[in-house]
Design a protein around this ligand. Structure first.
Ligand code: ATP
Length: 363
């Protein structure tokens, strides 16, 4: 626990008899950008609110720098929260919004002024002190909310889908800004989102959650390249997930083909899930192919073509990406390099693409 600023130990929470978090364990290191990622309703916000002190767990402990803080009220915790809705005070100008927390703490006017100036510079809004917050754009308001939260020098900043209300272009800009701010200040950010691309591009560590349980904790590269189960693979980017059999170490069969892979340690004959990313399928002549399929559609996506391919005896069609388009209706040969074949233990839960997820994602 020594390097952790926050540790959650065996946290469980139920609302109205429904279990929302199940024995959750999570250590967050100092100075990291950690993202809680998962579909709507999986318990991300509840986890954040437990750290913030707004929700009391039914069981389990919350530690801050090694000290148990279960009974410490939110305002005494050395952290601050930025919400999706900016929640600025509409009757106060930009300066007073940022100064608010420092005034409550009884800081001197010169200290407040220096801090407000520094914070506005940090969020690239130097000179905006006198502006009424109601005249600011959504992106600017969110920058002010971030400046206000950081003005209190929190050790940890909690961010609950802070970019959710912004349009796509602004969201991308703010992702870069937030990462820059976090790196500059070197404080811990705990960020909640259901947007996998946002999580991949900003985080040092991603915590993938589903149904109140952590599915995987890892760097963006680990999570993308080495998903631990089918849910993670499916939720992080688009994947082809098919049934396979491990005949031996480094020897897998799927889609009627025997291929070399880089995985070992499974039982001989064990049924497993095989995950193949669309960009990792190599199109080759049918005569050399490990397995074949028929092109059902081909769509130009800017940098590549995205093709849907029907493979005999497979429940699901495959998605493949290639810089070369293939004619619809044509039979193509395919193979996959050993290091691009990801073998996982069979996952028995729901996939991100399942109906239940689709229903909950609307909420
Ligand atoms: P979203 O991305 O939609 O915010 P989330 O992963 O953050 O989802 P939570 O907000 O943590 O999910 O909610 C998890 C579950 O707990 C949901 O089913 C939600 O309806 C329920 N829930 C959350 N807070 C309460 C509450 N105060 N009372 C009752 N149920 C709640």
């Amino acid at each position: 626990m020594s390097n952790s600023v926050i540790s959650l130990k065996d946290i469980s929470v139920s609302f109205d008899g429904e279990s929302i978090l199940k024995n959750l364990n999570l250590d967050i290191d100092y100075g990291t950008f950690v993202t809680l990622l998962g579909p709507s309703g999986c318990g991300k916000t509840t986890t954040l609110r437990i750290i913030g002190g707004f929700v009391e767990p039914d069981s389990g402990d919350v530690f801050f720098s090694g000290e148990r803080i279960n009974d410490l009220p939110p305002h005494k915790r050395e952290l601050n929260t930025v919400f999706q809705r900016y929640s600025l005070f509409p009757h106060l100008n930009v300066y007073e919004n940022i100064a608010f927390g420092m005034r409550i703490k009884g800081k001197s006017e010169s200290e407040i002024k220096d801090k407000v100036t520094a914070m506005l510079r940090l969020v690239a809004l130097g000179g905006y002190e006198k502006r009424s917050v109601s005249t600011l754009s959504g992106g600017q308001q969110q920058r002010i909310a971030i400046a206000r939260a950081l003005a209190n020098d929190p050790k940890v900043l909690l961010l609950d889908e802070p970019l959710g209300a912004l349009d796509l272009k602004l969201r991308k800009e703010m992702q870069v800004e937030l990462k820059r701010i976090q790196q500059k200040l070197g404080i811990t950010f705990v960020y909640v989102t259901h947007d996998q691309e946002e999580a991949l591009s900003m985080s040092d560590i991603i915590v993938v959650m589903n149904h109140g349980e952590i599915q995987q904790i890892g760097t963006p590269v680990d999570i993308y390249n080495e998903p631990e189960n089918g849910f993670v693979a499916d939720f992080i980017g688009e994947s082809n997930i098919v049934d396979g059999i491990m005949h031996d170490d480094y020897d897998v069969e799927f889609c009627g083909a025997r291929l070399k892979c880089v995985d070992s340690g499974f039982a001989k004959g064990e049924e497993i899930d095989v995950v193949i990313r669309p960009e990792d399928v190599v199109v080759i002549p049918v005569t050399d192919a490990k397995f074949c399929g028929t092109v059902l559609s081909s769509t130009f996506k800017g940098v590549h073509y995205e093709m849907i391919v029907e493979i005999p005896n497979q429940d699901e069609d495959w998605l493949i990406q290639s810089t070369v388009s293939q004619e619809v209706g044509r039979e193509i040969g395919m193979t996959v390099e050993p290091e691009n074949i990801h073998i996982m233990k069979k996952y028995t839960g729901d996939y991100a693409g399942d109906e239940e997820y689709a229903d909950s994602a609307e909420g």
